[in-house]
Write a protein that binds this ligand. Structure first.
Ligand SMILES: Cc1cc2nc3c(=O)[nH]c(=O)nc-3n(C[C@H](O)[C@H](O)[C@H](O)COP(=O)(O)OP(=O)(O)OC[C@H]3O[C@@H](n4cnc5c(N)ncnc54)[C@H](O)[C@@H]3O)c2cc1C
Length: 308
């Protein structure tokens, strides 16, 4: 028996970008399938306090669950599976999931986020949101008057350390091979950021929360937070296979115009996969635009094929 399904729009990703795209696309009377896992969204383990109109701190998990409920209440379907193949066939696309369900659609919205580069240490995942963070812009406020360290070699790590130096009691920048401008080095010195060069973190220590780290020279540093700022890497293979243009410098983000259209007709992208800033508000805004425009595109295509 064929497992092939048909939807107007398939959305890859159930983070805030994909969910908002689904909400707007379904309200324009298109059939929408969401693919992906809530617990793989960057938001899942986050605590949000900088999203407009939401007072206090909300967990990412509760926001995502509410978003999925909202999208499905408007008619979107959800299959909790990753996409492993995408193909273009004339004006249609074919999407295949990990259990080999095949879906034909008129439009694809890529909302797959980014996978952040970690340190690959034991217990690193366990401490995410409990002392380990991959986003200074997101979490710096939680570390007012605390002791923190930043790990990384580039300008992202150095500017993260500078941001934290305005809030935290003490900031250490730990780098294997620091590769930043002389100006940034001067800024770090002026901000009294302690720089440990030629060092790697080898162990994370704590019970429920991170309490200390051990370096490769066995130096132990007591701290409240460790920020890993090693840049971001996107999962670009599916997009590249469809002929979607990626950023020419690093091939880590999808290029779109202001309508969230990619260079391939019928394919839209939104959220972290389109590049920084990596923030829920941006993901939701872009998701809204992508969802509305994909739905208009599909409705126009269907009207034309009825006329012809
Ligand atoms: C620890 C932490 C704290 C944060 N704090 C804040 C904050 O305070 N404020 C703020 O605004 N932002 C914060 N962020 C950033 C915010 O979470 C992201 O900007 C936002 O989640 C991006 O949304 P997105 O939908 O683009 O991607 P994501 O939320 O990352 O969702 C990506 C989705 O794509 C799916 N996917 C990936 N590959 C495939 C595939 N092959 N097939 C199908 N699905 C796929 C995943 O399963 C997931 O559902 C934080 C992030 C982290 C990690």
């Amino acid at each position: 028996m064929s497992k092939k399904k048909h939807y107007d729009i398939v959305i890859l990703g159930v983070g805030p970008a994909g969910l908002q795209a689904a909400i707007h696309a379904t309200r324009k009377k298109t059939s929408v399938l969401l693919l992906g896992r809530l617990n793989k969204s960057s938001l899942y383990k986050a605590h949000i306090e900088n999203y407009c109109c939401i007072e206090g701190v909300k967990t990412g998990k509760e926001l995502l669950e509410a978003g999925l409920k909202q999208a499905t209440s408007f008619g979107a379907k959800h299959i909790e599976e990753d996409v492993i193949r995408t193909e273009k066939h004339n004006k249609k696309f074919l999407v295949e999931t990990e259990s080999h369900i095949e879906i034909e659609c008129y439009s694809i919205i890529m909302a797959t986020g980014i996978s952040r580069k970690g340190l690959g240490l034991d217990r690193e995942k366990e401490f995410v949101g409990r002392g380990v963070s991959y986003c200074v812009d997101c979490d710096a406020n939680f570390y007012k008057d605390k002791v923190v360290a930043v790990v990384g070699d580039g300008s992202a790590a150095a500017s993260g350390a500078l941001t934290l130096s305005k809030l935290a009691k003490h900031v250490t920048l730990i780098s294997k091979e620091l590769d930043i401008s002389a100006g940034l080095k001067e800024d770090l010195a002026a901000a009294q950021v302690e720089v440990l060069e030629g060092r790697k973190v080898k162990e994370l220590i704590g019970d429920n929360e991170l309490k200390a780290i051990k370096l490769d020279n066995d130096q132990k540093i007591d701290l409240d937070g460790l920020f890993i700022e090693k840049g971001a890497k996107g999962t670009m293979e599916l997009a590249a296979f469809l002929g979607v243009t990626l950023d020419p410098e690093h091939f880590t983000y999808i290029i779109t115009n202001k309508n969230q259209e990619t260079n391939v007709e019928g394919i839209y992208a939104c959220g972290d996969v389109c590049g920084p800033p990596f923030q829920m508000a941006k993901a939701v805004g872009e998701g809204c635009i992508a969802g509305m425009n994909a739905a208009s595109y599909v409705n126009h295509l269907k009207r034309k094929s009825k006329e012809g």
